[in-house]
Design a protein around this ligand. Structure first.
Ligand code: SAH
Length: 217
């Protein structure tokens, strides 16, 4: 499959019916999801791997990971209606057997996986909403892909939080991310923001020793 084809397929999936602002339900645009998955696949992190999609929403990243040959994807999502739509999206593409849908808070997820992919809440509605996601990702995954706002203060936080959890950043790139108006507080018909896509890997596997946890080595 070509990256452009993947991007188009993911753009055509059903989105949130009644997106909930308090859960920061913004679906990942097809082109952004395709960039993340393309990098992940080229690094050998998707094909034949067990993947978790934390805060799976309507399933863009879960479906994309299955299309790229993941052996199994756990789609973890706290909102039942979103997970229902993710199920419809998977069924429509014949991918139902590839995805296990788990209706739960991310903090309850307890399966060992090879790779975590996620577009977590950015914390713009409830500050720090991204933290339980990063914490769980670093607890359960060996490789983590995640999307965050491209802002200096977010970068500083993400870098520090990763190292504190024994992970390092191997890749980071910025992309435009379009959010169509979907909440009453949205003033423009399309908001264009910039996000950073990250790839994290365990420091141990990178041959590095954690630096900010003295006394533990
Ligand atoms: N990953 C999807 C959705 C991103 S929006 C995509 O790429 O399109 C973030 C998602 O996280 C929403 O679906 C929201 O319902 C979910 N979410 C927010 N807090 C959560 C929590 N504590 N546990 C599980 N899911 C959560």
């Amino acid at each position: 499959m070509k990256k452009r084809h993947l991007s188009m397929m993911l753009s055509r999936l059903k989105g949130f019916l009644n997106p909930k602002p308090e859960l920061e339900q913004y679906r990942t645009p097809g082109d952004v999801a395709a960039e993340l998955l393309w990098l992940a696949d080229s690094m050998g992190d998707i094909g034949g791997k067990v993947v978790a999609d934390l805060g799976a929403g309507t399933g863009v990243l879960s479906v994309g990971a299955c299309l790229m040959g993941a052996e199994k994807v756990y789609a973890v999502e706290v909102d039942e209606s979103a997970l229902g739509i993710a199920g419809e999206n998977a069924r429509a593409l014949g991918l139902k057997d590839c995805i296990e849908f788990l209706l739960m808070d991310v903090s309850e997820f307890n399966e060992a996986v090879d790779t975590v992919v996620m577009n977590p809440p950015f914390g713009s509605q409830s500050p720090h909403a991204d933290r339980p996601f990063l914490r769980k990702a670093f607890e359960k995954g060996r490789i983590v892909y995640s999307i965050h706002l491209a802002k200096p203060e977010v970068r500083r936080f993400v870098e520090g939080f990763a190292v504190d959890n024994g992970f390092g950043i191997t890749h980071r790139f910025s992309l435009p991310f379009e959010i169509p108006a979907q909440f009453p507080f949205h003033k423009k018909s399309i908001e264009r923001i910039f996000v950073d896509v990250y790839r994290f890997e365990m420091l141990k596997r990178m041959g590095l020793r954690p630096i900010s946890v003295p006394g533990r080595l």
